[in-house]
Design a protein around this ligand. Structure first.
Ligand code: DNO
Length: 355
């Protein structure tokens, strides 16, 4: 198991590579080219540059999160092949630079969604939280304003202003897309890119939808064990797999995460590990990684990963904002470093107890 941290690049992150390097057990980072837009072909020069920057700091580039998918591909408009060709070109260039892990999502219009980016907890820290009632009261076209309010001035991944400026257009584009169509478009995309992924050994890891139910009437498909299994079987390739995001899947208490992990043996290419607190149906707060701080049993989750022989890349996911740190919501240094250390501790114990 390879412990990493997500890093948003020098221009956008308050956390430095030097700080990340000092977290025990963290050997690499997950990042992306934040200056590119979905649909563009990435330049080899830029891939080399970021890789070198990371290596010069004593770390490794362990994967890309994300190479985002152009809406034409998700919607299945006639120009989708042009954008898939561009995606393939980007994958080739990443493969040529030995990048072998790509995280992506297939969520329409919005990536992850929250009703509050800084909810105050009893311990004085703040966390991201979700309340369906509050979301229902928001006009989706004004969602950006509400996400912006507590973002500490950071551009949130998936909430890029230039994308949100076209929100009306986006909703219109997806008006005839239902779950079935979205699945069919995902299959079409995967079938076209898999030969390239297999040639370069690039593992594609789809991110579950967050939260794991439809938001603003938009279809969401990566939400359950059944649908994740459908994804891995509908395109049969060792490169077609998932990002096991415990917080996203865990937003629905019906999702039994250790069971999902066991059913996806060999198909989990990447792990996002975090805990959440279920408050009521459709209502949850994010939490510290520690099992007793939330509703998920992080030991059982790590144990299931260990039992299926998982040896891929993981990262602690969103943390609380603690100790006065001002950072991108969910992505400060302190609580994620605590999370990485805690998860590494669980892993070490399981390993030793299993001998
Ligand atoms: C949020 C992240 C997501 C994730 C994408 C993957 O914090 O988990 O934005 O990176 O959905 O494409």
């Amino acid at each position: 198991m390879d412990m990493t941290l997500r890093w948003f690049g020098k221009k956008f992150d308050s956390v430095t590579l030097e700080q990340i390097r000092q977290i025990p057990g963290v050997t690499g980072v997950i990042t992306t080219l934040y200056d590119t837009k979905p649909g563009e072909v990435w330049e080899t020069e830029k891939i080399r540059e970021i890789k070198k920057e990371i290596e010069d700091a004593g770390l490794q580039l362990k994967g890309i999160e994300s190479v985002n998918i152009h809406d034409s591909i998700k919607v299945g408009t006639p120009d989708r092949d042009k954008y898939i060709d561009n995606y393939i070109k980007t994958l080739e260039r990443l493969g040529q630079e030995s990048v072998d892990l790509v995280c992506y999502n297939f969520m329409p219009v919005f990536d992850w969604t929250r009703s509050d980016l800084a909810k105050l907890r009893e311990d004085g820290s703040t966390v991201l939280s979700y309340d369906q009632e509050l979301i229902d009261a928001i006009d989706p076209e004004k969602m950006m304003d509400s996400m912006d309010k507590k973002s500490n001035g950071f551009v949130l991944p998936g909430w890029e202003p230039e994308r949100m400026a076209k929100i009306k257009e986006l909703f219109n584009l997806y008006k005839d897309v239902d779950e079935e169509k979205l699945f069919a478009n995902l299959k079409y995309f995967l079938e076209r890119i898999m030969p390239t992924c297999e040639k370069y050994g690039i593992k594609m890891a789809i991110h579950p939808d967050d939260p794991s139910w439809p938001v603003f009437g938009l279809p969401r498909i990566m939400t359950s064990k059944e649908n994740l299994l459908k994804l891995v079987t509908m395109v049969d390739s060792p490169c077609n797999g998932v990002t096991l995001c415990t917080g996203s899947l865990g937003s629905n208490p019906d999702n039994d995460i250790p069971d999902i992990i066991r059913s996806l043996k060999g198909k989990i290419h990447f792990g996002h590990l975090r805990n959440i607190r279920h408050l009521a149906p459709g209502k949850f707060d994010e939490a510290a990684h520690l099992s007793s701080d939330g509703s998920l049993d992080m030991f059982e989750i790590m144990k299931a990963l260990y039992d299926i022989g998982f040896d891929g890349v993981i990262r602690p996911d969103h943390g609380r904002a603690i100790w006065g740190e001002v950072a991108m919501p969910g992505y400060g240094l302190y609580d994620r470093a605590l999370g990485a250390t805690y998860l590494n501790g669980i892993w070490e114990s399981i390993k030793k107890m299993s001998k």
